[in-house]
Every structure is written in structure tokens, then in C-alpha cells.
Design a protein around this ligand. Sequence first.
Ligand code: ZN
Length: 156
Amino acid sequence: MERPITGFDNDSDGDPIAILSCGHAQHVRHNPPFINRPWVTSAQGRGGMVGKTLNCVRCDQFELPDYFVPYKRTSVFTEETVPAALRKDHSTKTGVWGKIIVEAGKLRYRVDMLNVDTELSPDITGIVVPEVLHNVEPLDTVRFFVEFYRAPDKET
Ligand SMILES: [Zn+2]
């Protein structure tokens, strides 16, 4: 899916990478004549690209950025206490990932935009992708909570 660029950095080899709003990074090399991105060679050029979008396939693959940290979790819900808002399509805000952790039972997890309709269980954790609409539905009895993740350098 398309994600806006929020800034730039270099990888361990010194190659330029764009940081996207989801937390994923993407190489943006200038390597003529094969890859032509002359803008990446100047601070001004990079600045002009902030806010432009790149296609992030790692979001499409539910890949929670590995350097993100948990900062908040919901209380534990059951089939009787699951908030109505979670049964309807809803999403996290920009840059906020989630893990749907089932402690017991089964929970249906649907993400229409990414063609996912699956069953979560104590063995299968659901990953919530930032800004992507999703909903859950208890299948029989269930006990679960959601843990939220974000980039480590943000203040609470
Ligand atoms: Zn991404």
C-alpha cells in the first residue's frame, strides 16, 4: 500500500533509505543509469520528497517493524465484553501497529482491504496494520487483548 515518506536515513552500508509513516524503510539509491534519483543526493532534494508516497509491500504482508516497541494494551475482553467498536471496521492511527493476542478460544479477524479473513487462536496472533480498517468477531468463547506498538523514540 502507498505510505508517505516521513524522513531519510542511511543503512549500515551508507546507502540512503526513506523512512515511511508505517515505520518501514525503503532503499532510495541514486545509481545511474539504472536507478535515477538525483534528488536523493541533496538535503534539499530529500526534503522535497517528504510527504510523497512509496508502495510498501511489507505493510501488505503484515510485517510489524522489528524495532517497534509495545507501549499500551487493552484490558482482556471476552465474547461478552468485546466492545461493539471492535466488531465494526476500525483502525489504528498513523504509525501505530497492534498485536491481537488470543489467550483462549477463537477470534475471527477480518481485513477486507488486504483480503484477510482468518481465525486467531492462542497459536495465531493477529497483526494490526496502521490505518487499515479491520474488525473482529468472537467465535464461541474467547479471551483476548490488543497490544499497541510504535517507534521507540516517541514520548508517551
Ligand atoms: Zn510499511
